[in-house]
Design a protein around this ligand. Structure first.
Ligand code: CS2
Ligand code: MN
Length: 392
């Protein structure tokens, strides 16, 4: 397995030199400055690639080549958008970058209600509190739905009635923090307006858009030797009435059914999938092993009302050691079958805010020291499993 690190480009508060000190050797990044739907020009890709290489690292994975909202909606000038997407893949492949992560979540990306929930050791974690999510939904978006149970509505009402304006503002900022880079942050009423446009849009509609995306993009990816890998929904559930279609094993079976070629692959994000206790993440890793082109390794601790908090990498609901074992076994199988993509890149995904992390003010969820710790723990896990025939 190859240790990688997500770096948000020249605007990232964490420098490539700092990344080197984490021990990671690969970079996961994107041309975040290119507007969604535009072609990534070869010269821009080359410039970013050489910047990474000058720091002694390699650009291993693109996360993400964003899927334009019109593609998810299935409206607008789709022919041009698909053609641009294919051209971007060609330009990336031409400079040797062939592992491409994407996701298919409409409007919102990863979603939390708190960016700095206290952890017993003094650090802080990202958290999804069901009552606060419902309070935002009911009282701040004013959305009518039968989504919430009576118990959650009662807890949400209690939160809402005792909350200050500052707390409501903080909740809004937390919920918007996962939004893709290009989007200007919505306020609550801006998001409510956007959601209205999607109110009749169903999971089946989104699946129809996915099916067209797969038909338009995967044959080109296969031809170019590009490994596409879709990131699961985070959290793995519909949000504010928006459908999500990458939340369960069945969802990924559907994707594979659309095109069984291995170019139509998966990003295994243990923390995203693990936020639904029904997902058996090691079993998921084993089932889809041959098309896992990229792994996000992190952990979550779930609660009975559907709330969850990001936990230490080796201490949560997901048996990360079992997951790593499946990935190492897969690499061994790839070796036997002479596949040319023997090594699975992984990153520690998110991390807790620890020690001096808050001073650096990095991207929420992407602190330096917290991720360094997660990476080191996973490195130890890999080394441990590699010794003494533990994998036999
Ligand atoms: C993160 C995301 O939510 C997560 O697990 O890894 O930032 C993820 O990278 C994007 O949602 C999609 O790639
Ligand atoms: Mn992830």
């Amino acid at each position: 397995m190859r240790e990688t690190w997500r770096w948000f480009g020249p605007l990232d508060k964490i420098s490539l030199n700092q990344v080197r000190q984490t021990g990671a050797s690969g970079i996961v990044t994107a041309l975040h400055e290119v507007p969604y739907g535009d072609v990534w020009q070869t010269k821009d890709i080359e410039t970013r690639k050489s910047e990474i290489e000058c720091a002694g690292l390699t650009w291993d994975v693109v996360e993400s080549v964003p899927v334009h909202e019109s593609i998810k909606r299935g409206d607008g000038n789709l022919d041009a958008l698909f053609s641009n997407y294919r051209q971007t893949l060609k330009n990336l492949a031409e400079v040797g970058i062939t592992t491409i992560c994407y996701n298919f979540m409409p409007v919102l990306d990863w979603t939390r209600t708190t960016l700095n929930a206290p952890v017993a050791n003094g650090g802080a974690a990202l958290r999804f509190e069901m009552a606060e999510y419902a309070a935002f939904d009911i009282f701040m978006l004013g959305r009518e739905s039968d989504e919430h149970t009576a118990e959650i509505i009662a807890a949400a009402t209690k939160w809402w009635e005792s909350s200050t304006e500052a707390q409501q503002e903080k909740l809004t900022i937390s919920i918007m923090s996962g939004l893709p880079g290009e989007y200007k942050r919505y306020d609550a009423s801006g998001l409510a307006d956007e959601l209205k446009k999607w109110s009749d849009f169903t999971a089946d509609d989104l699946r129809a858009s996915l099916s067209r995306f797969v038909a338009e993009i995967m044959p080109t990816a296969a031809e170019l030797g590009v490994k596409m890998c879709v990131h699961p929904d985070d959290p793995p559930r519909h949000l504010f009435g928006l459908p999500r279609i990458f939340s369960s094993q069945e969802d990924f079976d559907y994707l594979v059914g659309l095109d069984p070629h291995l170019s139509n692959g998966i990003t295994l994000c243990t923390g995203s999938l693990g936020a639904n206790p029904k997902n058996d993440v090691p079993a998921f890793a084993a089932r889809f092993a041959d098309r896992i082109h990229f792994a996000h390794l992190r952990n979550v601790a779930g609660e009975s009302d559907g709330s969850f908090q990001e936990s230490e990498h080796l201490d949560g609901d997901v048996d990360l050691v079992a997951v790593v074992r499946h990935l190492l076994d897969e690499e061994a199988r790839r070796c036997e079958t002479s596949r040319d993509d023997l090594i699975i890149p992984f990153r520690p995904d998110h991390g807790h805010e620890l020690l001096d992390d808050s001073e650096l003010d990095a991207h929420p969820g992407y602190p330096l020291i917290g991720r360094l710790r997660g990476l080191a723990e996973i490195r130890g896990t890999i080394a441990g499993l590699g010794y003494a025939g533990a994998r036999a």
